[in-house]
Write a protein that binds this ligand. Structure first.
Ligand code: SF4
Length: 181
């Protein structure tokens, strides 16, 4: 029967009659990349774009991310969408800290990325001042397609990340630079 459903491509492997061999890293990466659970930290206009990304037209479910989690412990992709006031910074950081490894962060829109048009004393000039960011989505606001592109970039990171990366000195140094132990 003809169908439009596309399957996710499998990892690079050695195939033969009755067998397929690949590395554990690639297998785990494939599973992680296609089951990212988002935690939307939406504070303003960009949050509306994220709602549209979740809805039927753009359908984030196609990427295995249809289950937004408002519990950090059950999420592995933090999406910060909107203006983050300096007073709110510690809350964003607390949410990040409560997420288990491996975790990824997307800064959605100009405000989360750099403070955007709000170059003022009260607005955080980018969330990377308080937590490490993996992907930046530009725009004010970015379109849902751009947010999807950001999620796909995180998928690529998850797919290709070594299982040991989170235990490396480099990663520890990165966290330490944010005063995260
Ligand atoms: S980047 Fe633009 S659209 Fe997004 S939260 Fe800031 S002001 Fe609103």
């Amino acid at each position: 029967m003809a169908t439009d459903i596309k399957m996710v491509e499998g990892p690079a492997s050695y195939d033969g009659p009755g067998f397929q061999a690949t590395s554990f890293d690639k297998l785990i990466g494939l599973a992680r990349a296609n089951s990212l659970w988002p935690l939307p930290f939406a504070t303003s206009c960009c949050g509306i774009e994220f709602m549209s990304t979740m809805a039927s037209h753009y359908d984030l479910a196609r990427f295995g991310s249809e289950r937004p989690s408002f519990s950090p412990r059950q999420a592995d992709m933090l999406l910060v969408a909107g203006t983050i006031a300096k007073k709110m910074g510690p809350i964003v950081k607390q949410v990040y800290l409560q997420m288990a490894e491996p975790r990824w962060v997307i800064a959605i829109g100009a405000c989360a990325t750099s403070g955007g048009i709000f170059d003022t004393y009260s607005v955080l000039q980018g969330i990377d001042r308080i937590i490490p960011v993996d992907v930046y989505v530009p725009g004010c606001p970015p379109r849902p397609e751009q947010i999807l592109e950001g999620v796909m970039q995180v998928q690529e990171l998850a797919k290709n990340e070594s299982l040991r990366r989170r235990n490396t000195d480099e990663y520890t140094k990165l966290l330490n630079s944010y005063n995260i132990q």
